[in-house]
Ligand binder design. Structure first.
Ligand code: BTN
Length: 324
């Protein structure tokens, strides 16, 4: 761990508290000059650190910057062992994590970015990922004996965990538009893209990269015109430590369902948060669009629909259009 990382850990664990240069130097076994240099480095990364004569240094409680240390301070010891990589700007957290997975990274490895230059969305679309306004993260999962169908559950489980994280950090009610879009106040604030790597020998899932993009704040230049009517953000203004709290709350909720003895226990929560039950929707596939009424969501989070000719359908993946 570098001096800067150690100092950030100390500050994150003591937000709003003044720590004297001498105290810090003793704690980290470094000189006071080294403390001062590391403080300068953190300040140039954007951290609001006050330096006051006779008091010392203090990380402002208002700071909202993603960091490994900032996330881990909210995690229980069993969840804080995994590697967390935070990048300023990368192509896509899913792409970078896939590279790490192919080089043997273990389950739980988490990649985050403050900006993505080629953020990926579902159906080959892009995901708008401007600097500072969102949380762009990818989590590596290596489930044992997992079929393609089981893999679909990773996404639906993540949607429930995102809703719970948003509610715990913001107090706003979050709902799910099947299959994996999260809405707050009628606007999409989160998209999820799970990419899998399957074994050619037995067709089992080798690993899955769970990608989650949450629009936390309104982008500085607004949303692009093509999504400006549908996209929204969780908060209107910067909230103290919201990014680190949100990531930690997501991981906590995700793992509590994933490790639960009732693997479908989350399905009821998914259904309760559904925005589409009882709504008329258009089911969109590569070459067709069909109108239907959503009658239910089953224990595998599949959409149960009734077509206009009275026949019943069951969809486990795909996309729907709905007027909300
Ligand atoms: C969608 O709504 O179409 C899914 C969007 C998924 C976006 C996230 S952001 C983090 C991760 N990295 C990516 O390139 N995409 C996912």
């Amino acid at each position: 761990m570098t001096t800067k990382s150690k100092l950030l850990k100390l500050f994150e664990e003591n937000r709003g508290v003044y720590l004297s240069g001498g105290e810090i130097a003793q704690d980290l076994c470094i000189s006071r000059t080294a403390v001062w240099k590391a403080v300068k480095a953190l300040q140039s990364d954007g951290y609001f650190i006050d330096a006051a004569r006779n008091k010392g240094y203090c990380l402002s409680t208002q700071t909202d910057i993603l960091s490994e240390q900032g996330i881990k301070k909210y995690l229980a010891p069993e969840l804080s062992k995994s590697d967390i990589f935070v990048y300023q700007s990368i192509s896509s957290t899913n792409t970078v994590l896939r590279e790490k997975a192919n080089s043997g990274a273990p389950e739980g490895c988490l990649v985050l970015a403050n900006e993505q230059s080629s953020g990926k969305g579902r159906m080959g679309r892009s995901f708008y990922s401007p600097v500072g306004s969102g949380i762009y993260m990818s989590l590596l999962l290596r489930p044992k004996n997992c079929s393609g169908n089981d893999a679909v559950k990773i996404t639906t489980l993540a949607a429930v965990a995102v809703c719970e994280a948003i509610e715990s950090v913001s107090g706003e009610k979050a709902q799910i538009k099947w299959v994996n879009d999260v809405f707050v106040k009628g606007k999409k604030v989160c998209g999820i893209l799970t990419e899998g790597s399957f074994s050619l020998e037995n067709g089992a899932l080798d690993y899955a990269v769970l990608g989650v993009g949450i629009n936390l704040y309104p982008p500085a230049d607004g949303f692009p015109r093509d999504i400006s009517n549908t996209a929204g953000s969780v908060f209107g203004n910067v909230v103290s430590d919201a990014k680190n709290r949100m990531v930690a709350a997501f991981l906590k909720s995700f793992y509590s369902y994933k490790n639960s003895s009732s693997p479908t226990g989350y399905a009821q929560k998914y259904k309760e948060r559904s925005l589409v039950i009882g709504k008329r929707v258009t089911l969109v596939s590569a070459n067709a669009a069909r109108e239907a009424l959503v009658t239910d969501i089953d224990n595998d989070c599949r959409l149960i629909v009734q077509y206009d000719d009275g026949s019943v359908g069951c969809c486990s993946s795909g996309e729907i259009r709905v007027r909300l």
